[in-house]
Design a protein around this ligand. Structure first.
Ligand code: DGJ
Length: 739
């Protein structure tokens, strides 16, 4: 049993392998948070932890119980306006403009398993792996219910929360905002860890101590964004990769979000995770409840590595499309950085033939195959083949690719429209723009109103036809701009603020229909690289293009940051040409591959232009990746050395097989140093008692030696090296095998 309910004391204790989450019904019918942290015993009551003391600093209190002051009670899902002045988890407006709610506990329901949602991505689990507790709250005078849902996944130390709003009356109620989860922690001795950046510089780790007041990350771009990511952590100041407490928070959602932490006057910490209250409002009618997206809470008292590993296992069992969760991903070649828009069938065939010879398994045709698209100014929405580039049709081209024994993948950007397109001529009102206002272009393009079902139907028909014609194996679903002038012709005046959320629901609807109709087609999500690297997307598309930045050094940073909240099989990672198109930097072919190996590996360059030596190297790399693909994509991931901390000159990480018989570590060095210190790298995750060989050394080592004493790494560059390569941005791989 993982959920313990005491019906006499109304204490709820959610227990996972290593954590306990406790809350209880308070005297006034509200729900109070008791504890979230390392696992503790189940008891009838935790009265000691619920002791209340009167504080003169707080203005509101209960007349009969003056010590009951809402402003210093730790709560489960707080309202506003009755004495708790911290940011609330939700707010509702009644038809008379009243914004006060009074929800009280009205029972619970406990079920085995975890059910999915109908119209949104959600976690799932069978009767053995999960238990779901629903707490029913009722506001009798407003005729409203809130159902707080807690799905407990004991093996992964994960609890998934969400809230559902139900209107039992006949008047229209307005939800002003509704977070998915609130967590009130009793102290503020935490660091806030988040992953911020920009296009081509996504998810750089930042760690700062909590301070009084509000700190947050979020997005108002109608995408989870390049700039911030919904995954954040609270970690004790001493927490490192291998020890200490950390709580991870993520949201199964791809639109506007807010992760907010508020430290109050009593140094308690309130965390709120959910849809951004800005640009949101929802009309709650009798017939249709409102369901928030899900928030994932994960706990570790063994540091960040444990937290990330738990999350990786959890996603693969309870979030990602099970058809692909453990399926080894093909090595692909993508023509984008090889040709950009400048290609025809012949050129692509030469690349594909060469790719096949080198051992590559899938050819992905990127942007530019449709309409009349020779640059980024035209044709989005015209999902029919450009006959100038494919005179015999795309089906014919796909057949040739398949005949060669390669899989075939294709790029789409479903949500977009170009003014210069057939689609715009026919349906200009499908484009999002505000009546009477100029429209702001982004990458010369505009956005379709995905909240409008006709748009989704149109896209479904067009994309389905292409998938069938080409017998497609893979779709790269791109999204290259954020949304401005948010307005929908399809929505009445009062519902315009629902548009950002309805947009995302439309995107999910299309994803759902396509993935259901074509279950064997694997989807990769992309939003100018890493602009929608989130769990909402991962539910449909088990991998994402991690970033448009393919420079080895920048990619190493991006993948390192991303690895805290997402698994390596979620990260598309390609080797591209040098000088790199995004940074102009030159790194060796070895280093580029040594970074890309730790993800879903591929190439994104004109391989027909490689010299003999590099061709041979690429061939070797492909063989090597195939040999260890399972380990790279699904092995247990350990971070060893953090490039966002300390000297920032080194990063190291490794993957370890489940049975600890095999591991591969990588060490990346930014700048070379003269007279460098003697270096021992300490590996992780090995069996202390097993004997291993590293890189085919003659000597063998015990796991405990490799992890605790370390392994000597020479800093002297190979003097016999014939080809001169920069010693900066160098990297080493260590293949560790049980003897
Ligand atoms: C942005 C993507 O991230 C790239 O990989 C590429 O597909 C281009 N869009 C194509 O326009």
């Amino acid at each position: 049993m993982t959920v313990h309910v005491n019906e006499d004391t109304n204490v709820f204790h959610l227990q996972t392998k290593n954590s306990s989450y406790v809350f209880q019904v308070l005297g006034n019918g509200d729900i109070g948070q008791v504890y979230y942290g390392k696992r503790i015993h189940v008891r009838d009551s935790y009265a000691n932890l619920m002791t209340m003391e009167r504080r003169d600093a707080t203005v509101a209190y209960n007349l009969e119980h003056p010590e009951f002051q809402p402003d210093h009670i730790k709560r489960e899902y707080a309202d506003f306006g009755r004495g708790d002045f911290r940011f609330p988890a939700f707010q509702i407006t009644s038809p008379d403009g009243n914004r006060i709610s009074d929800f009280r506990y009205a029972g619970y329901k406990l079920t085995r398993g975890k059910f999915r949602f109908e119209d949104m991505p959600a976690t799932f689990g069978d009767k053995e792996s999960a238990e779901t507790l629903i707490i029913k709250l009722v506001d009798f005078s407003a005729n409203l219910e809130i159902h707080l849902s807690y799905a407990v996944f004991p093996d992964d130390d994960v609890i998934v929360r969400s809230a559902k709003f139900i209107n039992n009356g006949n008047s229209l109620m307005e939800i002003n905002h509704a977070f998915s989860a609130q967590l009130d922690l009793p102290d503020n001795d935490y660091d806030f860890v988040h992953f911020s950046g920009a296009w081509a510089r996504e998810r750089h780790m930042e760690r700062t101590p909590l301070r009084s007041g509000v700190q947050s990350v979020g997005s108002l771009r109608t995408a989870s964004s390049h700039q911030e990511n919904p995954f954040v952590m609270l970690a004790r100041p001493h927490t490192n990769e291998n020890s200490g407490e950390a709580i991870g928070f993520n949201l199964v959602y791809s639109g506007n979000f807010l992760d907010q932490v508020e430290v109050d006057q009593f140094a308690t910490t309130r965390v709120l995770i959910g849809i951004n209250p800005n640009e949101f409002r929802w009309g709650l009618t009798h017939s249709s409840p409102f369901q928030t997206p899900e928030a994932v809470l994960a706990y570790s008292d063994q540091g960040f590595n444990q937290l990330s590993q738990n999350l990786a296992t959890f996603y693969s069992k309870h979030l990602v499309n099970q058809r692909f969760a453990k399926q080894e991903r093909p090595i692909l070649i993508n023509n984008w950085e090889a040709t950009y828009f400048d290609f025809n069938e012949d050129k692509l065939m030469t690349i594909a033939k060469d790719a096949k010879k080198l051992g590559i398994e899938m050819f992905v045709l990127d942007d530019g195959w449709f309409g009349k698209r020779d640059d980024d100014t035209t044709s989005l929405g015209d999902w029919f083949t450009d006959k100038r580039k494919f005179p015999k049709g795309l089906g014919h081209f796909a057949d040739q690719i398949h005949d060669m024994g390669l899989k075939f993948g294709l790029w789409f950007e479903p949500e977009m429209i170009s003014i210069e397109s057939e689609l715009y001529k026919e349906h200009s009102n499908w484009m999002i723009n505000a009546v009477g206002r100029p429209s702001t272009p982004g990458r010369n393009q505009f956005v379709l109103d995905m909240s409008y079902s006709e748009v989704v139907d149109y896209l479904y028909d067009k994309i389905s036809a292409v998938i069938k014609e080409t017998k497609l194996d893979y779709v790269k679903w791109d999204m290259n701009r954020y949304i401005t002038e948010m307005f929908s012709y399809a929505l009445p005046y009062g519902q315009q603020p629902e548009m950002p959320h309805r947009y995302i629901l439309g995107v999910y609807d299309l994803y759902d229909r396509l993935t259901q109709s074509f279950p064997d087609v694997m989807f990769e999500s992309c939003a100018s690289g890493g602009g929608r690297f989130d769990l909402g997307m991962m539910y449909y598309a088990p991998q994402a293009w991690t970033s448009d930045d393919t420079d080895a050094y920048e990619r190493m940073l991006i993948q390192y940051g991303t690895s805290y909240g997402y698994s390596q099989s979620m990260m598309g990672a390609h080797v591209s040409a040098v000088p790199n198109d995004q940074t102009g930097r030159i790194t060796s072919l070895d280093t580029r591959a040594n970074v890309a190996y730790f993800g879903d590996f591929g190439y994104e360059l004109d391989i027909t232009k490689l010299n003999k030596r590099d061709r041979a190297k690429v061939e070797e790399q492909i063989k090597f990746y195939k040999q260890y693909r399972k380990l790279f994509q699904f092995g247990k991931f350990y971070r060893l050395s953090n490039p966002f901390e300390g000297s920032k000159n080194v990063a190291a990480w490794m993957v370890v097989s489940d049975d600890q018989s095999e591991a591969i570590a990588a060490r990346y060095q930014v700048l070379n140093q003269p007279q460098a210190n003697y270096l021992r790298i300490k590996f992780a995750g090995l069996d202390p008692d097993k004997e291993y060989r590293v890189n085919d050394d003659e000597e063998t080592y015990f796991g405990d030696e490799l992890m605790n004493a370390g392994y000597f790494v020479s800093q002297i560059l190979d003097p016999d090296k014939k080809v001169r390569e920069s010693a900066d941005f160098s990297s080493r791989l260590f293949v560790i095998k049980e003897v």
